[in-house]
Design a protein around this ligand. Structure first.
Ligand code: CAA
Length: 416
């Protein structure tokens, strides 16, 4: 029995804006966003949503599908760079909102977009030591840049929750390689000072740091792991989808595969694109974007993934990179990723701008706001009062969500 990912679920905010509309509003050729960056739609938070509620929604959905393990969760680790407090971790809000057992380690991990992978590796080691217990790893983020900045089109928001446990291949989704290749390197490519709600970024430099990290981490992996067969699929950290194309090209060139432009398009289409489509429609979710791609792959390929091998690359600015591999198991129930996309509402650019500015103002002004509409969600962020963040678990909304067809209403989705 190996410690493995047993299941995964995704939550994304209620709203989204189309890149085509954003491009028009910014006087930019829409093809730059669609083809140059590979972005189609960008998730936008409604006022009652934040990194905590998104995480709660994703994890809640996961636990609903595994009611027997809920009281054996002994570790709840959240990877995020959208922390809501310098001391109090998102994990402890989740512990309360999800009624997790008292005997549970709950904490937050940070290293930019790498935090989720750090949490996942920690959870694997922990479940290996505690084979009868389970761990929850949740990645949750709101990617927010200044309006009109080059990063604006690469925003997004969402959470991915993963259940980790020790199991035989019949019960696992994905077993990860024992060895990883890692590379740490101090750089200022992308960061968010504690006094800012939006990120600082040196765009082109960040891309070269990512690609350098990929090659270094791959080399480290090669030195540690004996299996050098070409994986069937590749998953990358996806700040914007075209980055996955750049990464795949760099890695293939580095391995000396000598793909022509035409060949690489074909291989990319078969080995990378099957997961990437969902990132095109949600945007960057920082810590979760690699695992969002995993969910996208499960949705698209389903049972075809049985016993297939994948490579995963995680990059966190600042920086830390990790390259590892995995083998799919036999627990690949048909996912319903399209539900989340159907559940969302499109907003126009003016509404997105208003929501973007309001979210920043609320963090600054510490206001309490309650929207009747928001209270229909299972988990709602009501606002800040006396420096305390107030969340509401709405059991009526939870009951109605559970009672109705999961496929038609749930804001969370069954990914795998
Ligand atoms: N039609 C088709 N393609 C077009 C086009 C058009 N009309 N106009 C431009 N393009 C292409 C360009 O040729 C370019 O392609 P290549 O990269 O292949 O050369 C692409 O569109 C982007 O154009 P620019 O480089 O001119 O775009 P930009 O200056 O607006 O910046 C960016 C792009 C640097 C990614 C910017 O969006 C940004 O800073 N994003 C945030 C930082 C980021 O995502 N960094 C990634 C690595 S760091 C990381 O991974 C951590 C993380 O999550 C943030």
């Amino acid at each position: 029995m190996d410690a493995a990912i047993l299941d995964v679920s995704v939550a994304t905010p209620k709203y989204y804006v189309k890149h085509e509309e954003l491009a028009k509003a910014r006087g930019i050729d829409p093809d730059k966003y669609r083809y140059g960056l590979g972005c189609w739609e960008m998730a936008v938070c409604s006022p009652g949503e934040d990194a905590v509620t998104l995480a709660a929604q994703a994890a809640f959905d996961l636990l609903q599908r595994h009611p027997n393990v809920a009281d054996q969760i002994g570790l709840c680790v959240v990877g995020t760079e959208s922390g809501v407090d310098q001391a109090k971790p998102i994990a402890i809000y989740l512990h309360q909102l999800l009624n997790l057992p008292k005997s549970c380690r709950a904490f937050e991990v940070k290293h930019a977009c790498y935090g989720g992978t750090a949490g996942l590796q920690m959870a694997r080691a922990w479940t290996q030591q505690h084979p009868k217990r389970y761990a929850l790893v949740i990645t949750t983020d709101i990617a927010r840049y200044e309006r009109y900045s080059p990063g604006e089109s690469t925003q997004g928001a969402g959470a991915v929750a993963m259940l980790i446990g020790s199991a035989a291949a019949e019960q696992t989704l994905l077993t990860l390689s024992k060895e990883s290749g890692v590379h740490a390197n101090e750089v200022y490519d992308f960061w968010r000072p504690t006094y800012q709600s939006t990120a600082q970024v040196k765009g082109k430099f960040s891309i070269s740091c990512y690609l350098d990290g990929l090659v270094e981490a791959f080399e480290d992996y090669k030195a540690r792991e004996n299996d050098h067969t070409e994986p069937d699929y590749f998953l990358f950290h996806v700040p914007f989808p075209r980055m996955a194309r750049k990464a795949f090209r760099r890695l293939s060139d580095h391995k000396g595969l000598n793909y022509s432009d035409e060949m690489i398009e074909n291989v990319f289409e078969n080995k990378v694109e099957p997961g990437l489509w969902i990132n095109r429609r949600i945007g960057n979710i920082y810590t979760g974007s690699l695992y969002l791609m995993l969910a996208g792959l499960c949705e698209r390929e389903g049972e075809k993934l049985r016993d297939k091998r994948i490579a995963l690359f995680s990059y966190g600015s600042g920086s830390c990179s990790e390259y590892f591999t995995g083998t799919f198991g036999h627990n690949l129930p048909k996912p319903h990723l399209h539900n989340i996309l159907n559940w969302r509402k499109e907003v126009d650019v003016a509404t997105y701008e208003q929501l973007h500015d309001e979210a920043l103002a609320m963090e600054r002004n510490q206001s309490l706001r309650i929207e009747l509409e928001d209270l229909q969600h299972p988990f709602t962020f009501l606002g800040i009062r006396d420096h305390e963040r107030i969340y509401k678990r709405n059991d009526l909304a939870i009951q109605s969500t559970s009672a109705k067809d999961n496929d038609s209403i749930s804001p969370t989705i069954r990914a795998c």
